[in-house]
Design a protein around this ligand. Structure first.
Ligand code: ADE
Ligand code: ZN
Length: 326
């Protein structure tokens, strides 16, 4: 349809994408074979059938198990190269990708293997597609702050190639406050900060992300909508929210896309953006997220243009580069 081709042609940035979450079942099988690892599925269909989640933790258990096939620099390169090709086809011209080093270093994979594989795919994306890319190092919030400090220390040789630090994994019971020290240290090193908050966790976690951590951006933020004062605050401070509709549906953050809050967020003055989160697990890349939510909520071109525009203004690109995209 017209709207579909309008969406594909709309230049956009993707700001919330876990590279481990872009591992398609086909690549999972080929990497398992390349690395001589067994996986608990017989076929690609069986893998896809396992992707029925009732909450965030359900998904995380399967996502961490899947990531175990990623072992070498080449594996991380191939993973990211596949994502950049799909993103380019969706009209993504700038991508800020998150990675979870602890998921790999805790299995004995060297930090260098992970990041060098990602960096080489990022260089290729620039050369092949003219895409600009940035790296966001995420700490796993179900682990300790001490472990996050150790990860930040391991990243030291690459800090000039890491734009921001993030916080992901099991939200409830692991509030931002638990990581106040490590985010302060990261800030001191010149890194930007973005935190998953208000996906399953309460509005209080979004307040903590702002007040205790000084987050530059909020990932998800859906539950901020429960607190009018918080909506007002996010709106007046122009805090970008990286919203992920298909993720929200698959993880039961919303019961139906027809009830997704994206247009209410925009109308409340929030700087909402559309993103894919973990596209291989949630049934679609960023273009699919635009199309699905546009259909479900009856969004018009003005909404879609606003969402794409917010993806650049909310990016961690320097202001002069943002201006080029507006
Ligand atoms: N890790 C990967 N995707 C995530 C999500 N949507 N929430 C929290 N942690 C994640
Ligand atoms: Zn996420």
């Amino acid at each position: 349809t017209d709207l579909d081709s309008f969406i594909s042609g709309l230049p956009k940035a993707e700001l919330h994408l876990h590279i481990e979450g872009s591992l398609e079942p086909e690549l999972m099988f080929s990497l398992a074979e390349r690395n001589g690892l067994a996986i608990p599925y017989a076929t690609v269909e069986e893998v896809r059938a396992a992707y029925a989640f009732s909450n965030l933790q359900d998904f995380l258990d399967i996502y961490y198990a899947g990531a175990a096939v990623l072992c070498t620099r080449q594996d991380f390169h191939d993973l990211a190269a596949a994502y950049f090709a799909r993103a380019a086809a969706d009209g993504v011209i700038h991508a800020e990708i998150m990675f979870d080093p602890q998921t790999h270093t805790d299995r004995g994979i060297a930090f260098a293997e992970v990041i060098e594989g990602l960096l080489s795919a990022m260089a290729d994306a620039r050369a092949k597609f003219g895409m600009t890319t940035e790296l966001i190092l995420c700490f796993l919030r179900h682990l300790s702050e001490e472990a996050a400090f150790a990860t930040l220390a391991e990243a030291e040789p690459w800090l000039d190639r890491i734009t921001a630090v993030g916080l992901d994994s099991s939200e409830v019971g692991h509030p931002p406050a638990k990581f106040a020290g490590v985010f302060a240290a990261a800030r001191q090193k010149g890194l930007k900060i973005t935190l998953h908050a208000g996906e399953e966790g309460p509005p209080a976690y979004v307040y903590e992300a702002l007040d205790l951590i000084g987050a530059d951006r909020i990932d998800h933020g859906n539950r901020a909508m429960e607190d009018p004062g918080l909506v007002q605050r996010l709106s007046s401070e122009e805090v970008t929210l990286t919203v992920c509709p298909l993720s929200n549906l698959k993880l039961c953050v919303v019961d139906d896309l027809a009830n997704h809050p994206i247009d209410r967020m925009l109308e409340a003055g929030l700087k909402a953006t559309l993103n894919s989160d973990d596209p291989a697990y949630f049934g679609g890349y960023v273009g699919d997220n635009y199309r699905a939510v546009a259909r479900a909520r009856g969004l018009g071109r003005e909404h879609l243009v606003m969402l794409a525009r917010n993806s650049f203004t909310g990016s961690f690109l320097p202001p002069e580069q943002i201006a080029v995209h507006l």
